[in-house]
Design a protein. Structure first.
Length: 395
């Protein structure tokens, strides 16, 4: 790895070193870095991770501790084992033991574990663990969320170097639907600065995408629980009625949209990755404008651009809207909601009427800004980067 020296227009080599030579330890350094920035273990546009415990020792009849316990966007538990400069021979066995222990954890136990973590490590977070996790998983509540299902546990192993027996075993496990990943973390030193490179080495991103795709296909073919099937049936039936009303109305946003089994239904706005969403949930009925481009910077720009026109938009809509930049996440949201009393079919006509009326007014308020916002986004994406001033101290 090299550092670009702008004044001399040359490359300066960074010295690859070991963590031990720098005085860094597995528990107080590497573990803390990953706990504070779990996204360093995910690729761009991949599911985020939420750390729910450190040094977890809640296993019956054993004093063993796993380094980090996390959950991904699909509700799968992720076991993260750190081994600093060398993975050792037994890291796979150790990680699999922890995955086996965690496979038995129920939703209420996972929430209790997460609450203990919030109380100790994130005291500034005053919301209960269930609310924080529901927001992370992008659900209204955890009532209908399946967490830590059978054979969904994931394993991540982090080390500066991996032995062949570890990498071979990780690849072998992937063939049986166990998502095992190896991340090589390499420290570099340049003068007094220390840089850390973290990259997934096993399996390669291309191979993992294929293997995960096959596992997802198999999972889709498996039957779901009766309760979840029933909820899917209810949602699809509701969206069928909603789409019938929409197609008979002047609003044409959803003319080419099919009914879904999700609690939301999306329609394009005219800008890629910016959509109108209808929400049908136990908690509330909601209309929202969802900003979800691949780049967090683009989302923030679009959100701020619309927020500058907040007064005009809300005056046209007729109500104050909820503006959510959702800091720390890639996506942003503008919404208007009403509490839901029940999902019973007897209430559907009222809910459909509310969604149709609200969406019509909402689109009327947002639509005039779609074309200029699209142009502004294109101008920002095509704008050349400003040149940095030379660093005279390094010259």
């Amino acid at each position: 790895m090299y550092k670009v020296d702008r004044p001399s227009n040359s490359l300066q080599s960074l010295q690859e070193v070991s963590f031990s030579s720098l005085g860094f330890t597995e528990r107080y350094h590497l573990q803390e870095w990953l706990a504070k920035n779990p996204q360093s273990l995910t690729r761009e546009n991949e599911d985020e991770l939420l750390i729910i415990q450190k040094e977890f020792a809640g296993f019956d009849d054993t004093k063993e501790r796993l380094d980090l316990l996390a959950i991904d966007k699909k509700g799968n538990l992720v076991i993260i084992e750190n081994k600093l400069d060398d993975s050792g021979r037994d890291v796979v066995w150790q990680a699999l033991k922890y995955a086996g222990y965690c496979a038995n954890l129920r939703k209420d136990q996972i929430l209790e574990i997460f609450q203990l973590y919030l109380d100790k490590d994130e005291p500034e977070e005053t919301r209960p663990a269930a609310e924080v996790m529901a927001e992370f998983l992008e659900y209204e509540s955890l009532d209908e969320v399946l967490i830590n299902q059978i054979r969904t546990q994931r394993v991540m192993m982090v080390a500066a170097n991996f032995r062949k027996e570890v990498t071979n075993t990780a690849l072998w496990l992937m063939q049986f639907g166990i998502r095992a990943q190896c991340f090589k973390v390499t420290p570099y030193r340049f003068n007094d600065d220390v840089f850390v490179d973290i990259r997934q080495v096993i399996p390669t991103p291309e191979a993992e995408s294929y293997m995960i795709g096959m596992a997802q296909k198999e999972a889709e073919e498996q039957s779901t629980s009766g309760e979840l099937k029933n909820r899917h049936h209810i949602r699809k039936a509701f969206w069928i009625k909603m789409l019938e009303r929409l197609k008979a109305s002047p609003c044409n946003l959803y003319n080419n949209i099919s009914p879904s089994t999700d609690h939301w239904l999306s329609a394009g706005s005219g800008i890629s990755a910016l959509s109108y969403n209808l929400i049908f949930s136990r908690k509330e009925t909601r209309v929202e404008f969802w900003i979800a481009k691949a780049s967090a910077e683009s989302n923030t720009f679009a959100f701020n651009w619309l927020y500058e026109r907040k007064e005009i938009i809300e005056n046209t809509f007729g109500h104050a809207l909820k503006w959510e930049p959702l800091p720390g996440k890639k996506s942003c949201r503008i919404s208007f909601a009403t509490p839901a009393t029940s999902l019973d079919e007897a209430n559907w006509p009222v809910m459909v009427d509310w969604l149709l009326t609200t969406l019509t007014a909402f689109e009327k308020a947002i639509d005039p800004f779609i074309a200029p916002l699209n142009m502004a986004l294109k101008e920002v994406s095509n704008a050349p980067e400003e040149a940095e001033e030379p660093d005279t101290e390094e010259a």
